[in-house]
Design a protein around this ligand. Structure first.
Ligand code: GRF
Length: 201
């Protein structure tokens, strides 16, 4: 059974989908802890499923590195096999990434390498493209630059706002994420083969 720690910042709708999928008896992975950098609404989903939560408030620390060190220490207690970033709106410091690589994956609401960063949906709309997408990647030292594990196109429709477009992308993100987690758990997807090791970056 693959054990997962999921990190969130917001509503946690993707977390909810992952909790529902992993709750099925025949799913080969389980969420064992949910963490956040702030008091995230998504904690309610963890609580509904009886999953422990850990809060490491970013603003309680003097630097990103100190915050990352505390997050690393708290996650290490749980010894998860895989970290899933599901709407965590913080860059993880390099020592944190190095400690967990390649066992960190992230979902992103765009067809990477198009539109990386915190505003992938807004940036796609601003660029006037007629399609964007969703991606699941391995986290490396860059911003949404890691190896792509799965991705799918989503059409931009006339009259789309950031909200309506993101609402159509999120179900695709969820489906891709659940599929990637299942494939990793079944041994069909090898993250060490997909991602460079910390020392080779
Ligand atoms: C997702 O689109 C994620 O990729 C992005 O923020 C959204 C998270 O939404 N970074 P939620 O918190 O799962 O509802």
């Amino acid at each position: 059974m693959l054990t997962l720690a999921v990190l969130i910042s917001g509503a946690g709708s993707n977390l909810r989908a992952l909790l529902e999928a992993t709750h099925e008896a025949d799913f080969p992975a389980r969420v064992i802890v949910v963490g956040a950098d702030r008091q995230a609404d998504g904690f309610a989903h963890a609580e509904a499923f009886g999953i422990p939560t850990l809060l490491v408030p970013f603003h309680d620390f003097e630097s990103r590195e100190e915050w990352g060190a505390e997050l690393h220490a708290q996650l290490s207690v749980w010894q998860p096999d895989l970290l899933v970033l599901s709407g965590l709106m913080r860059l993880l410091p390099a020592p944190f990434v190095d400690a967990w690589a390649p066992r960190i994956i992230n979902t992103h609401p765009a067809y990477l390498p198009e539109f990386p960063g915190a505003h992938g949906v807004r940036d796609a709309l601003a660029a006037g493209v007629d399609q964007t997408g969703a991606s699941v990647i391995v986290v490396d030292g860059g911003v949404d630059t890691g190896p792509i594990l799965a991705q799918e196109r989503v059409a931009v429709l006339p009259g789309d706002t950031e909200h309506t477009l993101h609402d159509r992308i999120k179900p695709v993100e969820r489906r891709l994420l659940i599929d990637v987690v299942r494939r990793i758990a079944q041994g069909d997807l090898d993250l060490s083969a997909a991602a460079p090791t910390a020392s080779s970056r």
